[in-house]
Design a protein around this ligand. Sequence first.
Ligand code: PLP
Length: 413
Amino acid sequence: MADRDLEELQARDAAHVMGTYGRQPIGFVRGEGTALFDTQGRAHLDFLSGLAVTSLGHAHPEVADAIAAQARTLVHTSNLYLTVPMLDLAERLARVTEWPDARTFLCNSGAEANEAAIKLARRWGKQRSDDKIRVVTLEGSFHGRTLATLEATGQPAKHTPFAPLAGYVDTVPHDDAEALTAAVTDRTCAVLLEVIQGEGGVRPVPPDVLAAARRACDEHSALLIVDEVQTGVGRTGHWFAFQGTEVVPDVITVAKALGNGVPIGACIARGTAAAALGRGDHATTFGGNPLVCAAAVRVLDIIERDGLVTAAAEKGERVREGIAKLVADGLATGVRGAGLLLAVTLPDRVAAEVETACRERFLIVNAVAPDAIRLAPPLTVDGDEIDLALAVLRDALTSVRADNAHEERSEDE
Ligand code: PLP
């Protein structure tokens, strides 16, 4: 049956929105908890959380109340003046990072948080030597789409349409500690990396690479910046993924889940890095605005009160147990990631087909690599929803395998 409401949305999108996104054939009008409701009122189980954003589920009543109350009180003043929610948020970020000397720059997205971190590192470098401006990043990384963060993103195909770029980045393989050590020199102001590469396929960076990065930064007076935009705010079973490693960075960047869907980003630094940016060095009109900060403060308070960081680790175990059964039955080959940021790896490059088969069965997941499906449900997901999602995934995997076997047989005939 034709879905005229969806067709109308698609026509309006094609007419007046720039075509930068490959859209799924689906329009959502409402969300509640782990459920998203489409134009026909059908419920979909959301195991992607708007790309690891809505960690408290959709339309969380307490976050909605915090936004509504702040909207009726004070939405915006600019950074020429002090406002309370911004200070409340900066203090809470110091607590959850466990950095008592943390200082935060607030902005509006993950890319902006990384842009701020890169500028901070450049400033920090130039305070030591005029040519200390280079940044080392890892192949397969994703740090954003502004020109500086695009260049830091270790995916050359994304650079090509915009070349030439500034040429300030040295990129090394994500799993080669020696290459990383060799790339860091006295001209390096920072190493920028994710502990688990999210868009790069939910691919953990090996502990020896993280240790090498910390060591090289210390030897060459460079800053270690960990991009926690996707991994942060409890998703991996730690407040921040670096807390599950042996390594402590100088700077982290956060966004996505911090506002549960309200656009916000943060660049958080400790030690000498915290003082690198001074008056006039960086700014953004909306950064730290009372509306988004009130939302983020409530998000952090709920995660803390409801023990959702530990819950992410525990629920992640339940998902892993389900995936292990898929592996045992030959439908999947393994699992990558931590907490509730997981990728199911597949025997073939059929992730796009599996994503579609899941969507047709009202389960939202994402093909994060040609052979891997990303699962990132809200931290509030319950056991029944996990079991249901795994049953749907099993059915989708079985169906895609049967379709492909059928096609292969037809080709042979
Ligand atoms: N860094 C990481 C690790 C990300 O996963 C993303 C987005 O997916 C970004 C940065 C960019 O964030 P944004 O899309 O909010 O600019």
